[in-house]
Write a protein that binds this ligand. Structure first.
Ligand code: ATP
Ligand code: MG
Length: 341
């Protein structure tokens, strides 16, 4: 397995700069996600690391070895794509064995490695089937088997779960995490699903417009977002953003507070209060979401017991001081205020 160091990486398509002087240091054995909206450059960055795209400037190192000039085959990486790209005319066994056959590995080693990959992924009983006779989850497992069969230094996955239904996605992501821990692989996982990135990753690189906005552990990105964009992209339902002037702070600031941190006020005390009209109560099992209109702004709050809360009535909400985040109105940069802590 390998560590990956990216420094000053620039990538353009024609005259458009897609990745803008990007730096990233990934440790050996880490599970990293590239997370961001469509078009932000996640796949482009992944393909640059894989050697499928040439870079315009900067360097990429694996274990401190410069690999920028090396082709994809020489980098010892494996890629799993969203559509799995299995060979339809080959059996599961043939698909998994394929990378080893290309490397002209001897048949005995191939058999051993394929048996190992099949066992690791629970594919033993499916080895003689064709991809067309497999479920989505099984196909996805074959694609992973084909990727790990030759012990790559780095496993790169581009939205590998997005073709699966919701419950299978959740099962497969647990399997991928287990496999990564077992094999101590360095994994880069591309996704635009913030929950997937949160539960899988050691660290998340949150990207926007070809720039890494923050690179940190999931809970750091969640509780200590670097800017307005990260704060809004991570967490569901989304963080509330309000003019800070509504709560008596500087009007040039945006106040951010997560729905889980705003609740009906029971008593006065520390924190900020918002009074408005309750528009809607949405019950989602153990938690209930309240939509409240405060000075023309929709505020989403939560409560554990909505009994007695009538839509159309006035309600006062409260958020504790430690839950408040502030951002500059224009740039979205995070502003640290002493009252937050
Ligand atoms: N071969 C190409 N030629 C020109 N522009 C490209 C090419 N490939 C990607 N782009 C552009 O580069 C930008 C980044 O694309 P990329 O595929 O990396 O985004 P992404 O973050 O993976 O998005 P998605 O979540 O939709 O897969 C987009 O604006 C895209 O249109
Ligand atoms: Mg992509």
């Amino acid at each position: 397995m390998a560590s990956i160091t990216i420094a000053g990486l620039r990538k353009s398509y024609r005259n458009t700069e897609i990745l803008k002087s990007l730096d990233l240091s990934i440790k050996d054995g880490e599970f990293i996600s590239f997370l961001g909206p469509s078009g932000c450059g996640k796949s482009t960055l992944l393909f640059c690391i894989a050697g499928l795209e040439e870079i315009n400037d900067g360097s990429i190192r694996f274990d401190n070895r410069e690999i920028t000039e090396l082709g994809p085959r020489e980098r010892n990486i494996a890629l799993v794509f969203q559509d799995y790209a299995l060979y339809p005319h080959m059996t599961v066994r043939g698909n998994i064995a394929f990378p080893l056959q290309q490397q002209k590995v001897d048949q005995q080693t191939i058999n051993k490695q394929v048996a190992w990959a099949a066992e690791t992924l629970g594919l033993e009983s499916l080895l003689d089937r064709l991809p067309s006779d497999l479920s989505g989850g099984q196909r996805q497992r074959v694609a992973v088997g084909r990727a790990i069969v030759r012990n790559p230094s780095v496993l790169l996955m581009d939205e590998p779960l997005s073709n699966l239904d919701a419950s299978l996605r959740v099962r497969m992501r647990t399997e991928i995490r287990r496999l990564q821990r077992e094999l101590k692989m360095t994994v880069i996982f591309v996704t635009h699903d913030q929950e997937e990135a949160m539960v899988l990753s050691d660290r998340i690189a949150v990207m926007k417009d070809g720039i890494v906005q923050q690179f940190a552990a999931p809970m750091t990105v969640y509780t200590d977002p670097a800017n307005h964009f990260v704060a809004g992209f991570i967490g569901s339902p989304q963080m509330n953003f309000l003019p800070a002037g509504l709560s008596g702070y500087n009007n040039d600031l945006v106040l951010g507070v997560r729905p889980h941190d705003i609740n009906p006020a029971k008593a006065a005390g520390d924190g900020v209060h918002f009074t408005g009209e309750l528009a809607f109560v949405e019950s989602a099992g153990p938690v209930h979401f309240l939509d409240v209109m405060v000075g023309g702004h929709l505020v989403k709050a939560t409560c554990s017991d909505p009994s007695g809360l009538e839509p159309g009535s006035q309600i006062t909400l409260k958020a504790p001081g430690h839950a408040l985040r502030f951002f500059k109105s224009g740039s979205g940069a995070r502003v640290h205020m002493s009252s937050q802590h």
